[in-house]
Design a protein around this ligand. Sequence first.
Ligand code: ADP
Ligand code: MG
Length: 315
Amino acid sequence: MLKVEHITKRYHDKTVVRDISFALETGHICGFVGPNGAGKSTTMNIITGYLQPTSGSVSIGEIDIRKKPDEYRRLFGYLPEIPPLYPDMLVEDYLRFVHEAKGLDKQKRSEQVAEAMEMADVTHVRGRLIKNLSKGYKQRVGMAQAFLGRPPLIILDEPTIGLDPAQIVQVRNILLSLKEQHTVLLSSHILSEIGEVCDEIVLINRGELVAAGTEKELVSAHTDAARYLIRAEDGMLALAENAARELCPEVRCGRADAETLELAFPKEKDPGLQLTDRLIEGGVRFGELYRKTRSLEDVFLELVNAADGNDGGRA
Ligand SMILES: Nc1ncnc2c1ncn2[C@@H]1O[C@H](COP(=O)(O)OP(=O)(O)O)[C@@H](O)[C@H]1O
Ligand SMILES: [Mg+2]
């Protein structure tokens, strides 16, 4: 549905987005994740036509932004980093105003404004002045504006930024309710806030794409070993180590602490349940045995830190 191809953005001699390409499938929610200054907003502003790329192309469906800009504009709703709200307007009046400004079908205005308010869960504040709303509600009014007319693609730039934990949960629930019915691209610098709602993740750092795929793909691609932790008494751990080496001579063994043995098997030699069997056969009595899984967050931090490390580090 959305195709971003070789987007580069340069300001004078500074390249802030470098050769970014990715595609987003219809019905998917894609998290566009990277630390502050990574180039998320710049990329989103290019996708929405607010900024011209130095090179590269963007299309939604078969519509190329440069060839049919008017048609293209009708295909997405956008919540920019700073929501374009009018503080002195009432919520519903504001949404009616945006509906008109977007040139959406006048006949459907009341119906579509009501629908957008419902989707963003702001119907109960429709008669309130925007300036009197909490930050969480303001953000949701901004989201309602992006939902108007149910565009094929919804683009949200850091919808959870600056919100408190309860407000973040509310935004997350709205995002979850969009699942399967809508195609969404949303950005965040905090993976944990959006990771669970996303079908796929595009990770960027310093203007470059570092990884893209489903959570499973990313974690698997950046996991080099199958790791297990065994908790037992010291003497038993030595036995466990022997049993593991018999199973797989390449296993790497280390102590996470005095009572915990960490085993790292090469990914392609993951023993699975054989490990339990072998420990029991070897007479190892253990309190706990579990597989250590990496989270997407671990992968994200590792990729970002690796890139910063290569460059002497940058805040
Ligand atoms: N108009 C501009 N001129 C020069 N540099 C800019 C301009 N706009 C953004 N940048 C730089 O581009 C980089 C990426 O910014 P941005 O896309 O806002 O990142 P993010 O949204 O991921 O935090 C930053 O280093 C920022 O300082
Ligand atoms: Mg930004």
